[in-house]
Design a protein around this ligand. Sequence first.
Ligand SMILES: Cc1cc2nc3c(=O)[nH]c(=O)nc-3n(C[C@H](O)[C@H](O)[C@H](O)COP(=O)(O)O)c2cc1C
Length: 502
Amino acid sequence: MCAKPDGSSLDLMSLAKSFSTILYIITMLLFALGFFIHLAFYAGAFLFVMLLIIDIRYKYFQKSHAILRNFGLFGAMRYLMESIGPELRQYWIASDVEEKPFSRRERSEVYRYAKNIESTAPFGTLENLQYGMIRHSMYPLHKEDMPQFSLTFGEERNIKNAYTITKPFMVSAMSFGSLGENAVRAIARGAKRGGIPMCTGEGGYPKYHLMEKPDIIFQMGTAKFGVRNGDGSLNDEKLSSLASEECIKMIEIKFSQGAKPGKGGLLPGAKVTPEIAEIRDVPVGKDVYSPPGHIECDNVENTVKFIKRVQEVSDLPVGIKMCIGNEHEFQDFVREMQKQDVFPDYIDIDGAEGGTGAAPRSFLDYVGIPLFHALKLVVNILHEEGVRDKVKLLGAGKLVNPARQITAFSFGVDAVYTARGFMLALGCVQALQCNQDTCPVGITTHDKHLQRGLEIEDKAQRVEHYIKNLDKALKELLAATGNKSLRELRNKNIMFRPWEYN
Ligand SMILES: Cc1cc2nc3c(=O)[nH]c(=O)nc-3n(C[C@H](O)[C@H](O)[C@H](O)COP(=O)(O)O)c2cc1C
């Protein structure tokens, strides 16, 4: 029985019985019509007999679904409705501002940049305006007068392979594995044309990235796919050889990511195809385990030593990526850097709101500190320890549009990363199937039929447009704050709740 709001109830059992009875009556009727009027009615009767067989099978010959056992075919409608629920809500029911993680309005802003179409809206805001608004200046600047952005990684160490970016955002890590080949190539081609680097994610040797030759940030996850020894430790020769590739501009050591901080992973042997095995540098068909942390980094001292080792072996700028869990641990980490006089060339703070291909719900929803709060802690610690000028600071976590990016800059980052911004630019419809290999727009899937929909050249153009239009919109917003450079932005550029001022 199903209670209705008025206290009465819907007798589902009677409804299911009536449903079965109607099936029987229609079947008999169709047989009668076939016998007396026309043979064609037998086709309909046959169809209904099939439905009756399914009804009987559900009720009497399966035990795993209680609803099907009790209500038969009528109960199957519940599963049907449940399976199409997300689509119904997305297309018909949800308003433009309520979908998660990105509302339709946030998504369509990215789609408009990517499709290179006008991004204005009529009549007025649909938001409930609250704290977090960007403060504009009485003396806004002209966007045409804004100087070119420039940020050089590795300059603090004065290294010969320092790397300069000229746009303030980059493509955040997404591994080949979580993305299919066409998606990787489309983003890589668009990033190259748009003039920004792309982080490989922890998927191993960047075979498909290298086909398109954008500037690449090679990410080394805890399993060190592509640069590992058999036990998952770092193989210096492999790293050194990879780092000598012309497109590889920086190395990123991933300690954790916002969507699942502290969580390792397992790639089942069945998914370790010869191609994946080659790219990840692991045996074909055997389970591959990604530990929760690097085996070299069992304490703070060894962690800092490991950063130094990667800097020396790669001879490139080396950044680290992490989600903050405990600021005291972070402070100890920074103190150890000071003690050893070893600093990563950048620290990328990934907020708990970050995305992933697949993670347990409890990690997605309950672990890690969200980006803006984490940035506040990190920036304070770097200043307190007197080392803010020793590292570049990056941030990621839903920074898909200029307003959120400006906010991150106001919290102290030097540049930002986005992953899902680029998925949306490719045409992601937020079907939330990244973990199922069924992505309907061919982004997070290896199914060749689904990937066929993602035409590399067309989507590369969208990525390029997204980069150019985002850059333009960011300059326009910055100009409104009266600041010439993103680095001038401070907390005071955001309207906080009174108790949040520091
Ligand atoms: C499909 C997908 C795959 C990802 N793969 C990786 C990865 O291999 N390594 C990593 O450090 N982060 C990975 N991330 C996290 C992103 O790099 C990024 O840190 C996070 O999603 C926050 O950025 P966003 O909110 O702009 O997506 C992945 C995210 C997505 C959506």
